[in-house]
Structures are given as structure tokens and as C-alpha cells.
Design a protein around this ligand. Structure first.
Ligand code: NAD
Ligand code: MG
Length: 399
């Protein structure tokens, strides 16, 4: 049952999974900007214990949890005397996700976010979903779990929040296309040959958005746009051939819906995650967010261009996985998580990221690993295969 409270008097009870990350910190800012509207049930982080403790005090959380079991003592010491409960380890993360709350913000990065998010959804708790990997790696299995409990899903990713805000849910047959915008990342105007020598430091500098390291690298390869197209496929009532993406370097138009009458509705704003976060946190009402106001006259112009799919093969790779269906997107997501981590550790070259994902998918096809996903076990199996195969292939690339 959906337990969302909307009345002005009752504060919305909120849990934040991945509180110490980029989306988590922005969520906390929106919460503290609207102090009376929210009551924080639990904050979940991983290794940044001092920030987790600081946040728990700032928002007067009931519970603070670190996924890292070895850091419990540190968290206990930092929160001693505050009355805030502490816990650690994977089981504690699941418990925190299941505590009675009106909304859980799912902002853990990667497939690690899947189980805690599902645990929250199983309680019927509304999910404000930032973690795109959940939908990419578990698609239908994830949506079926939500359906079973009646949990509502609200997108936090800026593109999907934009689509959600302009989508006419009552007339899905009148949608012509969903068009996601992409900044094009820092290497948009590079020649293909220049991409070969890109370092982690270069890939970690996004021109418009300030985000965690994994999604920043994904944005530079345009893998992020590929993952978002898959995310859109599961979130909205359209088929894969109604999904499109266009480069928009200013990141002001956050995405669009084109209708059969020729109208195109877009949502605009400064490139700041606090806006889509506030939209999800306040839904169905709007609440204020501490963000810079959009000044179109000062900006002067908004530009758009087609994606160069040869230079950035990740988009076609993702759409190909969507067509193949079943575990293809699960294997692809796992391989990409490994490839990005290997690139950030200087073990794989920049162009090797998408090559590694492609090679893992080809191996999966040969090994008969692309199959229908019926259960969470099927998801875990495909995810593990993708991780192990990509790791093995990365080692062979180095030797
Ligand atoms: P981040 O790396 O900044 O933060 C990740 C958070 O997850 C941290 O709090 C970390 O402690 C926690 N975490 C990591 N591994 C964990 C584990 N095993 N168990 C429990 N907690 C764990 O990442 P981010 O940029 O905030 O992105 C979070 C998610 O939101 C990603 O899925 C990303 O694709 C998505 N997203 C991010 C942005 C953005 O602007 N940053 C925008 C749209 C979508
Ligand atoms: Mg996005």
C-alpha cells in the first residue's frame, strides 16, 4: 500500500539510500531548505563516515547506516550522545530501506542499489529513483516487484523527471517520441583519434553537471545516455523505436516529449539536480529548491546537434541490448561498471571502456548467457557473469 502523506501538517517521512553521494548531498540540501516538510528516518552511506555522521546530525535522522561493517565503531563514536541509532553491513542497509517511511530516495550507485531499493519497494514505499542501474539491470523484474506491492516510482534522473513533467499520462497513444537531451560530455568536439589518450582526470571533468565519478565517466562516453534510453523504455509507455536522443551542450532543456499533433513539450532549468530531486520529494506538489534561476536572455542561445554514433558507440550498444532483451542489458551494465572502475584505476584505456563492454556482450552471446530474466536470481546470475567476464577480458587486455 502506498503510504505517501501529502497534508501540510504531516511531514513526509524520508529515507535516503546513498546519502553521502552527489545525489544524496543534493537531496539533503533540498530537505534542509524545506525543513518542516520532511522527517528523516534513515540515512545510508558507505565509506565516508564523517560526512554520514555530519548529515545525520544536520537533519536529525533517526538512524544512520554504513554498508561497510568495519566502520561501525567509527560511526558510533561520531554519533555518541546524539540519540541517533547506528548500524552497519548489508543486512542493516536492507533493514534501513524497510523502515516505515513515505518515500525512499534510491541514490546508491550501480547494481549495488538494486536489493535495498527492492526491499523498500516491497513495503509499498514510494521510490524516488536516481539509481538508473536498477532499471537497466533488472527492468521487468524490478517493475513487477513494484507492481506487486503497489509502490509508486518517481524518476529523479533529470531527463526522466523532465519527461515525467511533460508527459500526458492519459493519452499515451498520442506520444510520437520521447527525446532525451545529452550534453555530449567533455569530448563532444574531439576527433576520434584524440579519444585514445584520455586520462581519468580529463574524463572526471564534466562541463555542466557536478556528479559522482561513475556517472561522470558514463556521461563522457555517452554510456549514460544509453543507460537513460533503457531507463526511459521501462519508465514510460513507449516502444524502443519511439526513443531518441539529441545533443544539447548547454544542458538547459532536460528532455522533451513530441506528440502526434506536432507539439513538442520540453522542461527547462539550470543544470542542477536539486530541481528534479525537489520535484520528486514534493510530488504531487512542487516545493522550493535552492537553485539558480534560469535566465534565458543571459544565456542567449540554446543549440542542438545529432549524436555521432561512430565516435560514441555506447548509445548504439545500449539500444542493441534493449532489442536483444532479457539479460543483455544486465550483462552490459555489469561490464560497464567493471570497465569504468578499471579505467579509473588506469588498467584500461579510455576507448577500452566500450570495447570491453562490447567484448563481454559477444562472449555472453557465445556462452548462451543472453536469456529471459524471470527472477532476481536470474538478474544476479547475469550480473555476476558480466562482472567476471569483463574482469577476465580486462586482464587479458593488459597482458
Ligand atoms: P556517488 O558516487 O556520488 O554516490 C554514491 C552513493 O552510494 C554514496 O553515498 C555511497 O556511499 C553509496 N554506495 C556506494 N556503494 C554502496 C554500497 N555497496 N552499499 C551502500 N551504499 C553504497 O554517485 P551519484 O553521482 O550520487 O549517483 C548515484 C546514482 O544516481 C547513480 O546510479 C547515478 O547514475 C544516478 N544519478 C546521478 C546523478 C548525479 O547528478 N550525480 C544524476 C542522475 C542519476
Ligand atoms: Mg541524467
Amino acid at each position: 500500500m502506498n503510504t505517501m502523506t501529502n497534508s501540510a501538517q504531516a511531514p513526509r517521512r524520508l529515507t535516503i539510500l546513498g546519502a553521502t553521494g552527489s545525489v544524496g548531498c543534493s537531496t539533503l540540501e533540498v530537505v534542509l531548505h524545506n525543513r518542516e516538510r520532511f522527517e528523516v528516518v534513515a540515512l545510508v552511506g558507505n565509506t565516508n563516515i564523517s560526512l554520514l555522521a555530519e548529515q545525520a546530525v544536520a537533519c536529525n535522522a533517526q538512524l544512520a547506516v554504513t554498508a561497510d561493517e568495519t566502520r561501525l565503531g567509527e560511526l558510533k563514536n561520531l554519533l555518541a550522545g546524539t540519540g541517533i541509532e547506528v548500524a552497519a553491513g548489508d543486512a542493516a542497509v536492507i533493514d534501513a530501506a524497510q523502515r516505515p517511511a513515505d518515500m525512499v530516495v534510491a541514490a546508491i550507485v550501480g547494481a549495488a542499489g538494486l536489493k535495498p531499493t527492492l526491499a523498500a519497494a516491497a513495503q509499498g514505499t514510494t521510490i524516488a529513483l536516481a539509481n538508473k542501474e536498477c532499471l537497466v539491470c533488472a527492468g521487468d523484474v524490478f517493475l513487477r516487484a513494484l507492481q506487486a506491492s503497489g509502490a509508486k516510482l518517481l524518476p529523479v534522473d533529470s531527463e526522466h523527471s523532465a519527461v515525467y513533467q511533460v508527459l500526458d499520462q492519459n493519452q499515451p497513444d498520442q506520444i510520437d517520441k520521447i527525446i532525451l537531451t545529452a550534453s555530449g560530455g567533455p569530448f563532444r568536439s574531439y576527433e576520434h583519434a584524440q579519444l585514445a589518450s584520455i586520462t581519468p582526470d580529463q574524463a572526471l571533468k564534466h562541463p555542466n553537471w557536478s556528479m559522482g565519478p561513475k556517472i561522470t565517466v558514463d556521461s563522457s562516453t555517452l554510456m549514460n545516455k544509453g543507460l537513460e534510453l533503457i531507463e526511459a523504455f521501462y519508465l514510460f509507455p513507449v516502444s524502443a523505436n519511439q526513443l531518441d536522443a539529441v545533443i544539447h551542450p548547454q544542458s538547459i532543456v532536460h528532455s522533451m516529449v513530441a506528440y502526434k499533433d506536432g507539439s513538442v513539450l520540453a522542461q527547462m532549468g539550470e543544470p542542477d539536480m536539486k530541481t528534479p530531486i525537489a520535484y520528486a520529494l514534493g510530488w504531487p506538489n512542487r516545493i522550493p529548491a535552492p537553485v539558480k534561476r534560469l535566465d534565458l536572455a543571459a544565456l542567449g542561445q540554446l543549440t542542438f546537434e545529432a549524436i555521432d554514433r561512430t565516435k560514441f558507440p555506447a548509445v548504439a550498444l545500449c539500444l542493441g541490448c534493449l532489442e536483444r532483451g532479457g539479460s543483455a542489458t544486465t550483462v552490459m551494465n555489469a561490464a560497464n561498471e567493471v570497465a569504468v572502475a578499471e579505467f579509473l584505476s588506469n588498467n584500461v584505456a579510455y576507448l577500452g571502456i566500450t570495447q570491453l563492454v562490447d567484448a563481454t556482450l559477444n562472449a555472453a552471446e557465445k556462452d548462451g548467457m543472453i536469456a529471459e530474466l524471470r527472477s532476481l536470481d536470474d538478474v544476479s546470475h547475469a550480473d555476476l557473469y558480466g562482472r567476471e567476464k569483463a574482469t577476465e577480458l580486462a586482464r587479458s587486455l593488459q597482458s
